[in-house]
Each structure stands twice: as C-alpha cells, then as structure tokens.
Design a protein around this ligand. Structure first.
Ligand SMILES: NC(=O)c1ccc[n+]([C@@H]2O[C@H](COP(=O)([O-])OP(=O)(O)OC[C@H]3O[C@@H](n4cnc5c(N)ncnc54)[C@H](O)[C@@H]3O)[C@@H](O)[C@H]2O)c1
Length: 458
C-alpha cells in the first residue's frame, strides 16, 4: 500500500508510544514507525504485554499494529525512510557538570540529531516532541543544517500535553495541540504539514500555531503552573492542619471562583512524575542563566514546597505513632506517582519509603501496577522491603496504612476486615484524601488526612 506520509518517532516511551498509537489509529493513510534503542521495550510493544499501563491503549495497539503502525529497533533504517521525524527521547535533569540538578540533559537529543543527519539523504521535518529548554530548536538546526550536502532540515516544536493515566483520552480529545515553527516560508510550510496530521481528528480551533520559542516555553510554563497549583494548595493544607480548617472545603470554595477553577486543587502528599520537577528546575536554570534571579527563586519554591510536603508526611507519621516506628509494619497503599499508571518516576512514595526505612520501620509496598518499577527504584534497599499486590495481605499485621496513590481500588476495600488483622491501635495516613475518614474513625482507626484535623481515639 502507498502511504501518504511516512512518519517516524524516535523514542517508544510514555509519550512516543501512545502518541504514535493514536496518530496511527486516526490516520490509516500514514505509515507510522516507532523506534527505540531499548530492545526489550520494542519487544514488549510487539507482544501481548505492552511496556506501559495506560487505560484503553492495549485495544488501540491491537487494532493498528502491523497494519500502519510498526515498532522496531532499526533506528537508522527508520530515519532513512521517514519524511517526518518526531523525537520523543528522554530529557532528564543533568546530573553532572554545569547546571547539574537543574538543567536538561540534552545528550540523548543531540545524539539523535546527529544520527538523523548521518542517515538522511534528503531534507526532513524534525518535530520536537520531548520537552526541551526554550531555544533548543535553534541549536538542533545548527547541528542538522551544518551538513556539507546542503540538505535542509526544519525543526518544529510540538510539545506533548498528555497526562499519564489518561493519555489515550488526552490524545484523542486534546484541549489543544501546539505547533511552533520559525516564521519563515520554510518554517511555516513545515508547521502546516504537522497541522495537517492533527487536523485528521482535532478541530482546527484547538490547533494553536506559534513561533518556535513560544511553543517550547509554553510547555515548561504549563507544567510549572500545574505544579504550582498543587504546591499552593499543599501549603494551605499545612495551615489547615494547624487551624482545623478543612483543605477540601477551602479548595472547593476557592475553586468555585470561575477565575480560579476547581482542577488541580487536591491537597496530597505531593506531586510526582517524570516531568513537573524536571521541567520547573529546567525553567529555574534558564531564568538563572539569564540573570532573572527573582523569577528563578519564585519557581524553585514550588519544588521546595513539594519536598517539604513529603517530609512533613513522614514527620506526621512518626510523631503520631508515639515518636517511634522502628520495627513497626507499615503498609503503603500505592506506589505509582498517580492512579492508572505503573509509572513511579519521582513518585513521593520513593522518598517516603526511604524515610520510613531510615526510621527502621518494616515497609510493605502494595500497588496494582507499579510493583516492578518499585523494585527497580528501591533496588539498593530491596532486601529490607516487602512487596505485596494484595492490600489485605499487605496490611495484615501492620500498625499503619499510608495511602500514597489515589487508585480507586483503595476507596472500596473492606476496612473493617483490614482493621481486625492490624496491630491496635490502628493508624491510617491518607496521603491522597480519598477515604471516608469519619467512617474509618468510627471503625476505630486513628485517621490522619492531609489538611484536616486528625481523628484520634487517644
Ligand atoms: N511522561 C509524560 O507524561 C510526558 C508528558 C509530556 C511530555 N513528556 C516529555 O516527553 C519526553 C519523553 O518522555 P517519556 O516519558 O516518553 O520518556 P521515556 O523515558 O518513557 O521514553 C524515552 C525513550 O527514548 C528512548 N531513547 C533515548 N535515546 C534514544 C535514541 N538515541 N534512539 C532511540 N531511542 C532513544 C529511550 O530508550 C526511551 O524508551 C521527555 O522530554 C518528557 O519530558 C513526557
């Protein structure tokens, strides 16, 4: 079959995989290939057990795989054949040298750019799908267009706004798609080609076109704003715990203001995920490098509040459990950074597990999807931990339960049965405010939620 476009995506991770699955589903007229250097990941994408858990994704993969969607490790061949290349490789925080701990580590991106150059015999459109520091596109164009053969590459920014756990819905019905390019004739032509792809299923009014720098900066800004809302309500949760105000009531009242809105106002143990912290620190680094110290400090405080909230959660457990948790069994309900994903990157559960182990607690981790990743994250302390998928077994013999992920599963457990198998007095620390606290208190639990007065029997 002749395809209208040959699209390649480099990077088969949480973004590249689902994004290309949805493009292939919506555009049977395109051939879509996803390549990755990670052989196991590609093998998994080609198997019955795809490498990420995302509601609805499995079914879509089955519909289009080996029809117009292909997963492969042949990166060079893929580059050679493609007209349009989405680059969705990871851009973690740099851990070494200048900017360590803040700046984006662009080595994977640059390697990819050089690989594209080495395997192209004609011009291509390169799409920045990864989240990148503002002005990365120009650096990439310099590398790509510095070739002696006069081959021209156009770099377009098309940041991804999907949220893990709802990736399929977000991709099928996005709030907006953002496509930025240079304001030159060639830049606008390339932008139009990418608009055409999305226009197959996204209403035109939701496709935003901008200059390339605005597009790059908008992604960092969107994540900074989302994380800021969480840190804002979490900071208020601390005041609530001191004053007997209830953070849910405050968030409801505040969110009813149409200028503010209700979303992202759930107080919790803190935000996680691979992006928020990394992208804010990246923004902080950019501000610092332009001498914008006040702006950098402002955004850095969002990350600081988040770290403080995690720390506060552990301190709260310790002080309420009679200032010692040494030898006490603590069941963690949830390890993923949010519900409906197995992703544990930067999950508050990692920090909390380590904090509890430092206090010599016996920690049992339970999660319906994230236990494999939890074992990898905690490889160095794995022998001091227990992993148990069944929450009833995890809580059996425990002194306390800490809810760290808002999985629906944990809302509907038989907490009476659980309590009977726990050591008394039984404690619940609800780090996601998803349980019925009054009901649990009446059952005899001592209940500690975020931003609410504690419910104690002593
Ligand atoms: N995860 C999210 O929810 C999300 C949302 C929006 C944007 N983003 C951004 O998208 C980018 C990718 O994130 P992710 O979560 O998909 O990362 P990921 O780690 O899940 O996937 C990246 C993939 O790229 C592959 N890779 C790295 N170098 C490669 C190379 N040279 N050739 C081929 N493959 C290579 C890795 O093996 C990995 O499988 C990041 O910049 C991230 O900030 C992520």
């Amino acid at each position: 079959m002749e395809y209208q476009k040959d699209i390649l995506c480099i990077g088969a991770g949480y973004v590249g995989g689902p994004t290309m699955v949805v493009i292939a589903t919506k555009c049977p007229q395109y051939r879509v290939t996803v390549v990755d250097i990670n052989k196991e990941k590609i093998h998994a994408w080609n198997s019955d057990h795809i490498p990420i858990y995302e509601p609805g994704l499995d079914e879509l993969v089955k519909k289009v795989r080996d029809k117009n969607l292909f997963f492969s490790t042949e990166v060079e061949k893929g580059i050679h054949e493609a007209d349009i290349i989405f680059v969705s490789v990871n851009t973690p925080t740099k851990t070494f040298g200048q900017g360590a701990g803040k700046a984006a580590d662009l080595q994977y991106w640059e390697k990819t750019a050089r690989q594209i150059l080495a395997n192209s015999d004609r011009g291509k459109i390169i799409v920045e799908k990864s989240t990148l520091p503002v002005r990365t596109a120009s650096a990439m164009e310099r590398i790509l267009n510095g070739n002696p053969d006069g081959i021209h590459f156009e770099v377009v920014s098309n940041p991804e706004f999907l949220a893990e756990g709802s990736a399929v819905g977000d991709l099928e019905n996005p709030d907006r798609v953002l496509i930025g390019s240079k304001e030159t004739e060639e830049g606008r032509r390339a932008r139009k080609e990418i608009v055409e792809i999305y226009a197959n299923w996204v209403p035109k009014a939701r496709i935003i076109e901008s200059n390339v720098w605005s597009s790059e900066l908008s992604k960092l800004t969107a994540n900074a704003f989302l994380a800021q809302r969480i840190s804002s309500i979490n900071s208020i949760s601390a005041i609530c715990e001191k004053t007997e105000a209830d953070v849910n009531e405050v968030a409801y009242a505040v969110g009813k203001d149409s200028r503010i809105g209700p979303r992202f106002l759930n107080a919790s143990v803190g935000f996680g995920g691979s992006c928020f912290k990394k992208d804010i620190l990246n923004l902080v680094y950019i501000c610092q490098s332009y001498g914008l110290t006040e702006v950098a400090d402002y955004w850095e405080s969002v990350v600081k509040i988040n770290e403080w909230q995690e720390k506060r959660f552990i301190q709260n457990m310790l002080s309420n459990m009679f200032n010692t948790i040494a030898g006490k069994r603590i069941a963690l309900f949830g390890f993923a950074f949010k519900a409906n994903t197995g992703d544990t990157r930067e999950s508050p559960a990692i920090y909390i597990t380590r904090g509890l182990l430092d206090e010599r607690a016996e920690v049992v981790i339970s999660d319906p999807q994230a236990l494999i990743n939890a074992e990898i994250d905690l490889e160095d302390v794995k022998d001091s931990l227990f992993f148990e998928i069944d929450p009833y077994k995890a809580a059996s013999g425990a002194h306390a339960i800490a809810v760290l992920t808002e999985w629906d599963l944990y809302r509907n457990l038989d907490y009476q049965r659980i309590k009977e198998a726990m050591v008394q007095p039984a404690f619940i620390f609800d780090g996601r405010n998803i349980l019925d606290h009054q009901k649990l208190f009446q059952m005899g639990y001592n209940v500690f939620a975020i931003g609410k007065a504690p419910l104690k029997h002593f």
